[in-house]
Ligand binder design. Structure first.
Ligand SMILES: Nc1nc2c([nH]c(=O)n2[C@H]2C[C@H](O)[C@@H](COP(=O)(O)OP(=O)(O)OP(=O)(O)O)O2)c(=O)[nH]1
Length: 187
């Protein structure tokens, strides 16, 4: 995607329907809008992180709480992590889900949903985070790294405090939850 379109997309993603967020999320969204894309001339290191919205058959999505001592500790996020050298985003996500939650995911079950792009000027990096939806995995998710896990209904999502990058992802995830698993397209 052309950079101008990517910036435009980021701004669009940052808009939320009126009344959707509670107070602290509104404040986070405001600061998110201010630094999304960064200022002209600023230089950033790109950090590529992949994450998954795991959706169960009760219509809930899995959130993990970032453990104490880590950056953004206490905030709730979609499980995932950084893409390592030589990995595809899907391979990285399947590896992270195994390491963090002890579940196995087939790459074909990772369906791209949307992405977040957020610059952190004070930290000198910009986070680019593709978000996948996943309806099928084997095993039962466990917080192997000491993180709390929570299966969350769509209407409850806005009450979980999340990193700024995640706020624009909430509505697309709610839409995916409402739509249910799409039928397989056979080519
Ligand atoms: N997995 C995940 N990471 C997220 C989300 N939102 C968000 O800002 N992040 C950030 C937090 C971390 O800085 C980075 C993910 O890094 P990581 O989970 O692999 O590693 P880490 O906590 O050790 O990160 P770091 O301390 O090395 O920065 O992406 C999200 O929804 N899911």
């Amino acid at each position: 995607m052309h950079l101008t379109n990517l910036r435009h997309f980021t701004v669009l993603c940052a808009r939320q329907p009126a009344g959707f967020q509670h107070k602290s999320m509104k404040a986070q969204a405001r600061s998110n809008r201010q630094y999304a894309g960064g200022k002209k001339g600023e230089r950033f290191k790109l950090v590529l992180v992949v994450a998954a919205a795991l959706l169960d058959d009760q219509g809930k999505v899995l959130l993990a709480q970032r453990p104490a001592g880590k950056k953004l500790a206490g905030l709730w996020e979609f499980p995932g992590g950084k893409v390592e050298d030589g990995e595809t985003p899907e391979q990285a996500l399947a590896r992270e889900l195994k390491e963090e939650l002890n579940i196995e995911v087939e790459l074909r079950h990772l369906k791209p949903l949307t992405f977040a792009s957020v610059a952190y000027p004070d930290q000198g990096y910009t986070l680019l985070m593709p978000l996948y939806v996943c309806w099928h995995w084997s095993g039962s998710p466990q917080g192997l790294e000491g993180q709390q896990l929570s299966w969350v209904a769509s209407s409850e999502l806005p009450s979980y405090e999340m990193p700024p990058a995640d706020l624009p992802l909430v509505v697309p995830v709610q839409q995916a939850m409402a739509a249910g698993e799409p039928a397989e397209v056979l080519l």
